[in-house]
Design a protein around this ligand. Structure first.
Ligand SMILES: [Zn+2]
Length: 175
């Protein structure tokens, strides 16, 4: 696999039958769904932004998967969770709670379990994910050199900034 985007597209193809078999209308949303990797809040492993937009209103779903995820299993697990959100929006719009009873029905139908805010694969689904992981190939997680430099600079600015503020406070409080 040359990129995480290629990886996740391959993963999406794998999970389509899972949703179909559970009677969930994945084929009604797959054309309007985009999956990307992004630097999102560390609170979340993934995010699904759904909206209806355009002159001829159309549904759009954008799934973001955290760049911090470093293995295929978790990436596929998060993808399944986020696709459940897209399905929920397709069926109920934004009238219902993000992790409410409607979500629970969808999530459990495809094999997610646990607290719904972080529902992840049950044992049986875990076995399927491991199989798909093998079929797709190596998960390409390598922080690029540019990213490393970028992080280093950001840290430097952050720390530099704190020292500057601290210096100001010390100076201000010194008679
Ligand atoms: Zn969720």
């Amino acid at each position: 696999m040359d990129s995480k985007e290629t990886y996740i597209k391959a993963a999406f193809e794998k999970i389509i039958p899972l949703f179909r078999e559970s009677g969930l209308p994945i084929d009604e949303i797959d054309e309007r769904l985009q999956i990307k990797f992004a630097d999102i809040s560390p609170k979340w492993a993934g995010l699904c932004q759904s909206r209806i937009s355009g002159y001829y209103p159309q549904e759009e779903h954008e799934i973001l998967i955290s760049n911090t995820i470093d293995n295929g299993f978790d990436a596929i697990d998060v993808l399944i969770h986020e696709v459940c959100h897209a399905i929920q929006f397709h069926l109920y719009g934004d009238e219902v709670r993000p992790h409410g009873k409607e979500f629970k029905v969808i999530a459990e139908a495809v094999g997610l379990t646990g607290k719904m805010t972080c529902a992840s694969a049950n044992h049986e689904l875990g076995i399927k994910i491991k199989k798909w992981e093998k079929e797709i190939g190596v998960y390409p997680h390598e922080p690029s050199f540019a990213k490393m430099i970028e992080r280093w600079i950001i840290n430097l600015i952050n720390y530099g900034g704190s020292f500057y503020i601290l210096a100001m406070i010390v100076q201000y409080n010194t008679p």
